[in-house]
Design a protein around this ligand. Structure first.
Ligand code: NAP
Length: 285
């Protein structure tokens, strides 16, 4: 990598940021596409967020990713927010404009592009979303005009109900429903695509799964875990053992980064280029 007076700076704001794989994605993309840019992690405390946004703009930082815990809190400090990010209620990408940063959400289109790249057909499927956090909300909005039915299964029922109500309201039809985690056995009579959005099973708790009952997995045709560390979660193992296909969240991570890179640089990353970055990500895990 050559850094000179024309090198443009991009980065990630979050806390913590030590384990992020985003620099691998963006610095590899810069290398492949021969862009003179560098991508760095910036650890930002909650209390410093507004100053960090102002400071980044003053320093000429061309674009930023935003991660936990700032995805929602950063929105008031932006000049403008894209319609999709407003609907999801979270921003993970800032694009520099003359007046300030414009916020986007590339997590959701990233997941959709990841699914398409694995030839996964979402349209017309019955989908169970495990969890009702920020990402589950984004996934539910991604699916409202594609899935036949969306069931949000969560430990805290009220959170699942709130998302289902918002999605139904937005969709203008009753497409989403909420079920408490303890009632998962009521969902064993149909075939599903299951998207696992909870933190359960994440490193260093690889032996955990939200539902350990093997019978639940018999009806999962496709299981998609948004966790990418470990690459093979207990949820994925249980899906495979029961005869279903299972995927981890590494491709979602890849494509949310690629879409941000495309927004920043006004370019299109090819499948071959995406595959090169994916290989490097796998080596880094
Ligand atoms: P969040 O808002 O904190 O939500 C976490 C969800 O997990 C909540 O619904 C919570 O249930 C549930 N949960 C956590 N621990 C649980 C437990 N022990 N038992 C039962 N339920 C539990 O988190 P988020 O922002 O949505 O992120 C969720 C996951 O997505 C993370 O694992 C993150 O790594 C992953 N992610 C992946 C990518 C990617 O690119 N692949 C991008 C973003 C996020 P309650 O509502 O009952 O508390």
């Amino acid at each position: 990598m050559r850094i000179d007076g024309l090198t443009k700076t991009y980065g990630l704001m979050g806390n913590p940021v030590e384990h992020t794989l985003s620099p691998v994605i963006h610095n590899t993309l810069a290398e492949i596409t021969q862009k003179n840019l560098v991508y760095l992690p910036f650890q930002v405390e909650k209390k410093d967020l507004q100053n960090a946004v102002r400071g980044a703009f003053s320093l000429g930082i061309q674009g930023l990713n935003v991660t936990v815990p700032h995805k929602e809190n950063i929105m008031p400090y932006l000049y403008e927010t894209d319609e999709l990010a407003r609907r999801i209620g979270a921003v993970n990408t800032l694009v520099r404009t003359a007046e300030g940063y414009k916020g986007y959400n590339t997590d959701m289109p990233g997941l959709y592009r990841a699914m398409l790249s694995d030839d996964m057909i979402v349209d017309g499927r019955k989908v169970i979303i495990l969890g009702a956090g920020g990402v589950a909300r984004a996934v539910a909005f991604m699916l409202y005009d594609k899935a036949e039915k969306i069931i949000i299964l969560n430990r805290t029922l009220q959170k699942a109900e709130a998302i289902a109500a918002e999605v139904n309201d937005y969709a203008g039809k009753s497409i989403a429903g909420a079920v408490p985690l303890t009632s998962y056995t009521t969902l064993m009579n149909e075939k599903y695509l299951v998207i696992q959005t909870t933190n359960v099973g994440m490193y260093p708790h690889e032996e955990d799964a939200l539902i350990t009952d093997k019978n639940f997995y018999k009806n999962i045709q496709i299981g998609y875990d948004l966790i990418y560390n470990p690459k093979e979660t207990m949820f994925m193992k249980l899906v495979r053992e029961a005869g279903g296909q299972a995927y981890c969240g590494l491709k979602m991570l890849l494509y949310q980064g690629i879409i941000a890179f495309e927004l920043w640089n006004g370019c299109k990353i090819s499948k071959e280029q995406a595959d090169m970055v994916y290989e490097r990500l796998k080596e880094c895990l």
